[in-house]
Design a protein around this ligand. Structure first.
Ligand code: HEM
Length: 139
């Protein structure tokens, strides 16, 4: 038993600890409370943005806010598991363009400015969303 512990503890530390310790983005964004504020401010911006607001006409906005909150938490490295549709399926019928994508990023940046998130932290989060562009844009 002692020999087993002697082997398993260092292995656990080798694989689990460094990854968690370096991923401070969730905390740097203010935890779930900070992320909820960012999501609410950004969704408000989308719905007020003449370039993209019509795209949300058929959607359940309360559900969308809730899904964003879980997904952003997970993307930031927080203790959440997003269980909604994958990004290709969720946006398939919307025929989104790069211009739509850029508008969403601008509105999200404005929301992060509004809640006072430092520019460097904003960029760390945006860098994690960037790889999703090709899944979301289909036109
Ligand atoms: C990296 C960029 C994006 C991310 C991470 C993202 C994330 C999400 C998530 C998590 C959902 C919920 C999926 C579900 O309910 O299972 C969703 C749905 C949706 N997204 Fe996005 N999205 C992005 C870009 C965009 C853009 C550019 C637009 C349009 C301007 C957009 C419009 C929508 C709409 C209208 C829905 C709801 C679809 C429905 O009602 O079924 N998204 N998105």
């Amino acid at each position: 038993m002692n020999r087993l512990l002697a082997i398993s503890v260092p292995l656990f530390m080798l694989f689990a600890v460094p990854v968690r310790a370096e991923d401070t983005l969730f905390a740097d964004m203010g935890g779930q409370v900070g992320i909820d504020r960012i999501v609410d401010a950004s969704v408000d911006n989308y719905l007020a943005d003449d370039r993209i607001k019509a795209i949300f006409n058929e959607s359940n906005i309360d559900r969308l806010r809730a899904q964003f909150k879980v997904q952003f938490c997970q993307v930031a490295g927080g203790p959440c598991q997003y269980k909604g549709h994958d990004m290709t399926i969720a946006h398939k019928g919307l025929h989104l363009t790069n211009a739509n994508f850029n508008a969403v990023v601008e509105d999200l940046q404005a929301a992060m400015d509004k809640v006072g998130l430092p520019f460097a932290t904003q960029n760390r989060f945006l860098a994690r969303l960037a790889p999703m562009q090709h899944q979301v844009v289909s036109k």
